[in-house]
Design a protein around this ligand. Structure first.
Ligand code: SF4
Length: 421
């Protein structure tokens, strides 16, 4: 494992540290929110559409971190924007790089109000030779308590805003040198080649239940898929839910993305234990919602995630029951070897058991890839996203506090200096 603390060498676009209150960032806003920001500084309504178009292009297509780089925006307008707003990103507090190239970033969000100290979330990047997948979070912590999931042991702090969800991609692209003119890092696998983007796919499988933060998540998907900016394909975005049945149909209508269901059991009794939300929305209702998911077809299959837990849900009978359950649903099944975490009562199924399970499902006509565990050495694998980095976090925080102190000191000594960034 390579583990790199970035606190002392924060990324280019890290938020400015100043004794002045931080200016709100425009990065991560929707078009409507950008128009509101313009209105708030007196830009006439007749200019909003054109100005938003300009900002959109520079922020999301070029990924600029300074208003000065916005060459087709007048100097006066740039100065006006810079006086009131910034283009800061949340700060990457620490980066860990797995031996398999997986990267995990500990990201400190900019405070949303005076009481907020800035939420910390983790974001994982999984590179393959021809694509790169970013696993994003939708909440800080989680209200659900899936018993196999490390994140589920962390209480919910709050929902992430649309801006914070979008910023995860912007930060990732900064870190990977994925905006035009940037240089990719050389320490680790980054997919490259004609037309290959470092981040080509997004999965909402990080911290939190995305459908409990519906509006912010669907608005964020709108920004991520806007063809004039970040321009990700809807088919390359997957929203994973533990089964918030009433919101599944609306998700398809509002976003048109791919759907994944965190299933893990084939009967209500076991699923009530593994995914307690099942008590509210049992398997029958969940499957009905999947059958009705807008746009689902053999070309756009719903992914069913099934974590392999030794002696719990991994018998051949359960594999056959899974096949029966999915009848009539355009489905693929993702078998996930359990990634143990400190304090868990579960173990991963034996390899032969996983293969036997996979064969039964495959022979019934379903694709059933066994997901290769990625980033295990840095606890970035599925279900492990709780900040096992607590120690790392503490060290990083110390380093940041030092940095804050230094900044405050130099601000007192030399008030005319620009804020550090
Ligand atoms: S699996 Fe997802 S919904 Fe369940 S506890 Fe973990 S983060 Fe929350």
């Amino acid at each position: 494992m390579t583990s790199t603390l970035l606190a002392e060498t924060s990324v280019d676009a890290a938020p400015a540290i100043s004794s002045e209150p931080a200016k709100p960032s425009l990065v991560g806003l929707t078009r409507a929110q950008l128009a509101e920001a313009l209105a708030a500084i007196g830009v006439p309504a007749r200019e909003h559409r054109m100005r938003v178009g300009q900002l959109w292009h520079w922020i999301y297509f070029h990924g600029v971190s300074s208003f000065d780089a916005m060459l087709n925006v007048s100097k006066t307008m740039r100065a006006q924007l810079a006086e009131h707003y910034s283009l800061t990103r949340p700060q990457v507090v620490a980066e860990q790089i797995s031996v398999d190239g997986t990267r995990k970033w500990l990201i400190r969000m900019n405070p949303v109000d005076a009481r907020d100290k800035g939420a910390e979330i983790e974001c994982v990047y999984i590179p393959e030779s021809d694509r790169g997948t970013l696993c994003v979070s939708s909440q800080v912590g989680c209200t659900l308590t899936c018993t196999f999931c490390h994140t589920g042991t962390q209480r919910l702090v709050r929902n992430l805003t649309t801006q914070e969800i979008v910023q995860q991609l912007v930060v990732a692209r900064d870190m990977l040198g994925d905006f035009p003119g940037q240089t990719p890092p050389t320490d680790g696998l980054i997919p490259s080649g004609e037309g290959v983007r470092a981040v080509s796919n997004i999965v909402f499988m990080g911290m939190g239940e995305p459908l409990y933060n519906f509006d912010q998540v669907t608005d964020a998907i709108g920004v991520l898929t806007d063809g004039e900016g970040l321009s990700l394909s809807k088919r390359r975005i997957t929203v994973s839910t533990s089964g918030v049945v009433p919101q599944i149909g609306p998700l398809g209508d509002a976003s048109g993305t791919m759907l994944a269901i965190s299933l893990h059991a084939t009967n209500d009794e076991l699923r009530n234990t593994l995914v307690p939300l099942n008590k509210k929305y049992p398997i029958r209702d969940l499957m009905a919602a999947c059958r009705a998911y807008p746009g689902a077809s053999n070309a756009r299959r719903i992914t069913f995630e099934y974590v392999m837990l030794k002696g719990v849900n991994d018998s051949p009978a359960e594999a056959r029951e899974l096949v029966r359950l999915l009848k009539g649903v355009p489905a693929k099944i993702n078998l996930i070897p359990f990634n143990p975490w400190p304090g868990t009562a579960y173990e991963c199924s034996d390899w032969e058991t996983i293969e036997r399970f996979s064969d039964i499902v495959f022979n019934a006509g379903y694709a059933s890839p066994v997901r290769t565990p990625r980033g295990r050495d840095i606890l970035a694998a599925c279900g492990q996203l709780k900040s096992e980095t607590e120690k790392l976090r503490a060290r990083a925080r110390l380093a940041l506090d030092d940095e804050d102190e230094q900044a405050a000191l130099s601000a007192t000594e030399a008030p005319s200096q620009q804020p550090l960034s």
